[in-house]
Design a binder for this molecule. Structure first.
Ligand SMILES: [Fe+2]
Length: 268
């Protein structure tokens, strides 16, 4: 029997000088790893209680391995977009779905065709400029090749890659970078979006304190970027412990997470 399949809401309050005085509420969901079914009632109740004005998806809605089932992810995105505006960035599993056609066949093509029939805005190395209640927000969705997720691999030049892909973070707007793996958190903060959101590590199976996890999917022990928030100047980085799990279906002191962001605009 898997442990701690309950959900929690982790709420973060952020302040920005830009925009008119107003609080914008956004939910961030990542690593749900669905198979043939969407999430259950408990999840939807908790999400609706958060009253988000939009939902940011950080990727890994499915488990991309042989025999992959994406029906749950399709249903989930469809239902979510009926309730909220949704922006969807890829994780390593979405990327794999598209690239590993030898083992996964046309599932990726079919899945993304189904997603394009929903109201979700896909951000694969793209940005979206939005206004929520008169507050200007730019959302960047980073889509990294599989090698960036490999065990023992750490590629240099992430900050340069971000500049090449997106330019500089836009001034005068609250900027959000969706970057699935937190491995490059220093570089994300150097790039300087107002907020970077990651997941991928599932809280490191067992959370030890607020940020550190026991072991990551790339077999790093006691990594300090498994969960929680870091601030540097006007930039913040938040890592979610994720809303699901797959290969190691265990969570200890580490419930599934819905991340709720309360962004206070117009705070000088
Ligand atoms: Fe992932």
């Amino acid at each position: 029997m898997p442990l701690e399949y309950k959900y929690c809401v982790r709420k973060y309050r952020l302040e920005t000088a830009v925009g008119r005085k107003r609080v914008v509420r956004l939910a961030f969901l990542t690593d749900i790893h669905l198979t043939d079914q969407g999430p259950g009632q408990e999840f939807w109740k908790l999400l609706d209680k958060c009253r988000p004005e939009g939902v940011l998806l950080g990727g890994d809605l499915m488990v991309a391995k042989e025999g992959v089932q994406v029906r749950g992810a399709e249903k989930f995105v469809g239902k979510l977009t009926e309730k909220y505006p949704v922006w969807y960035a890829n994780g390593n599993h979405e990327r794999r779905l598209l690239e590993e056609t030898e083992t996964l066949g046309k599932t990726g093509k079919r899945y993304f065709r189904a997603i394009s029939g929903t109201k979700a805005v896909r951000l694969a190395n793209q940005k979206a400029e939005v206004e929520i209640g008169g507050c200007p927000i730019t959302i960047y969705g980073l889509d990294l090749p599989e090698e960036y997720y490999r065990k023992g691999f750490r590629r240099k030049g992430m900050e340069g890659l971000l500049r090449e892909t997106f330019g500089e973070p836009e001034k005068g707007r609250f900027t959000i970078l969706l970057a699935h793996t937190p491995r490059y958190w220093r570089e994300y903060l150097d790039w300087g979006a107002s907020l970077t959101l990651s997941g991928h590590y599932h809280g490191g199976i067992c959370l030890l304190g607020k940020r550190r996890g026991l072991i990551t999917p790339d077999y790093r022990l006691l990594a300090s970027e498994c969960c929680g928030i870091r601030n540097r100047g006007d930039s913040s980085m938040i890592v979610s412990a994720g809303a699901g799990e797959h290969t190691v279906p265990v969570r200890i002191h580490n419930p599934r997470e819905i991340t709720l962001l309360e962004i206070a605009f117009g705070e000088a």
